[in-house]
Design a protein around this ligand. Structure first.
Ligand SMILES: Nc1nc2c(c(=O)[nH]1)N[C@H]1C(S)=C(S)[C@@H](COP(=O)(O)O)O[C@H]1N2
Ligand SMILES: [Mo]
Length: 465
């Protein structure tokens, strides 16, 4: 490479970065920004990430330095293009296109390559490739080898990343993403003996009140209607922070909306009133009905057990269990609200799920070995609001570290999270908190479950020795 290549390359790099920024305002993707994203992604490998953040902290500084780094790499790449130009002439544009398209997609690839060509032409480099044929062939071969090498390297890197990737099933003590029916928590207002057992009994679900055409459907009739699936997290409003009155399953049933359309809801109807075989009553404003609401008859591909609502139960994703009657028998469209069984007893009327996170492992009071790598891991759920990340503290909330967050199986599915941890000897206070999209940090205020559901961070003390 010659000095002229460096000068020209850096100049072109600066020019394209500046021009690209303008084009970016117009909606064209910005390869430099993607280079930055890619670089921070590499830095996101936990070990490197921790190192970088221990030096620069979590604030703006680290981020801005990373962007400066990306600019540096961008500027350093262009002298190579200048060099390629001198050796190859027009063929160098293919190289340029490969680079830009890789970073910015084909459209940005075309635009940037055109600009690069313009700059090269301007300098008169394209007109006179200086090499004779043999040297040119050699250069092409070297570049070919380089491309193969890059491909191999990408493959190896993908492998390495797979190796770092967390194998969720292998974290002993971590909840499974889908809770088997026999492991799902159970809550009922009734002493167990008085729970309805409708197995082998006649059953029907009625739609009455302000409807054009009252409906009465047997279990068989319900099952013959088009089925919908819903991965839904069920949790009780009385669950304490860190408690186990929560689980997530894949439910099957009939969309409530479909059934309401069949019955024909009259315009005066404002409330849905639910009634169950045990006399349990609840209600919901029609306007607040989530489109995913389901009359479920199966869980994880099995029929519901009597204690979980056989033959059918209502699922209202986003609300606590108390809003979701089991053994549901009648739905009345009404002008009036019905104060539900638990609301009459002082609990929330809306019962919207509050954002929670729980440490499954290590357990409270666990004793760990110094220098040995373990996982701090658990579950989190924000009632259908999207989560940005989960953070873990090992010093009682003074500093926080980002954990790995497994993508959810659906909008209303809980999520697994985990953080590899290799502690030195000592006593640690572990805490976890979820952060919703929009930097909405989980509520740290300690609140008892009554009346609106518990808040506060789950805290676990462990000893390492
Ligand atoms: N008919 C009826 N439905 C009910 C209840 C009840 O007592 N009766 N309890 C509610 C409460 S408070 C909760 S948390 C969930 C629990 O459902 P599960 O036992 O299937 O986990 O059911 C809800 N549905
Ligand atoms: Mo509940």
């Amino acid at each position: 490479m010659r000095r002229g290549d460096v000068g020209w390359g850096v100049l072109v790099g600066v020019g394209l970065a500046a021009l690209g920024f303008l084009l970016y305002q117009w909606g064209l993707s910005y390869p430099l920004l993607n280079l930055y994203a890619q670089m921070t992604f590499w830095l996101g490998v936990p070990a490197v990430f921790n190192l970088v953040h221990s030096v620069f902290g979590y604030g703006e500084l680290g981020k801005n330095l990373a962007f400066m780094g990306a600019v540096g790499v961008w500027l350093a790449l262009h002298p190579f293009l200048a060099w390629a130009f001198r050796r190859l002439g027009w063929a160098a544009l293919v190289l340029g296109f490969a680079l830009y398209a890789l970073l910015g997609g084909w459209l940005a690839g075309l635009v940037y390559t055109a600009l690069l060509g313009l700059a090269g032409w301007g300098r008169g480099r394209l007109a006179r490739p200086v090499l004779e044929d043999r040297a040119r062939r050699k250069t092409l071969m070297a570049l070919g080898l380089l491309a193969v090498g890059a491909g191999v390297w990408r493959g190896v890197r993908a492998q390495a990343q797979n190796a770092v990737r967390i194998v969720w099933e292998k974290i002993a003590g971590l909840s499974s993403e889908i809770t088997p029916q026999e492991k799902l928590y159970y809550v009922s207002k009734n002493p167990a003996l008085f729970d309805p057992n409708l197995k082998g009994k006649p059953y029907s679900l009625e739609f009455v009140g302000l409807v054009a055409k009252p409906l009465k459907l047997s279990l068989e009739e319900l099952k013959s209607l088009p089925a919908s699936d819903l991965t839904n997290t069920l949790t009780c409003i009385s669950n304490p922070v860190g408690g186990d009155l929560i689980g997530c399953a894949r439910w099957t049933g009939v969309s409530l909306k479909t059934l309401l359309d069949r019955a024909g809801v009259k315009p005066e109807a404002k409330w849905l009133v639910w009634e169950a075989a045990d006399g349990y009553r609840e209600s919901l404003a029609l306007a607040e009905l989530p489109p995913e609401a389901l009359i479920a008859y199966a869980i994880n591909g099995e029929a519901l057990e009597p204690r979980h609502g056989y033959p059918t139960r209502l699922l209202l994703p986003g609300r606590y269990g108390m809003k979701q009657p089991k053994w549901i028998t009648r739905i009345t469209l009404s002008e009036k609200e019905e104060i539900g069984y638990w609301a009459q007893r002082g609990w929330s009327k809306s019962a919207l799920i509050r954002t929670m996170s729980r440490i499954d492992v290590p357990g409270a009071g666990a004793r760990l070995r110094a220098g040995e790598e373990v996982f701090i891991a658990g579950v989190t759920y924000a009632g259908g609001r999207a989560l940005e990340r989960v953070e873990v503290s090992s010093d009682g909330g003074k500093t926080w570290q980002k954990a790995e967050l497994k993508p959810p199986q659906g909008k209303f599915a809980w999520q697994l999270w985990a953080l590899p941890w290799r502690p030195m000897a000592g006593e640690y206070t572990l805490q976890v908190r979820a952060v919703e999209v929009g930097e909405k940090v989980q509520d740290a205020t300690r609140r008892e479950p009554l009346p609106d559901g518990a808040t506060g961070y789950h805290t676990v003390r462990v000893r390492v020795g």
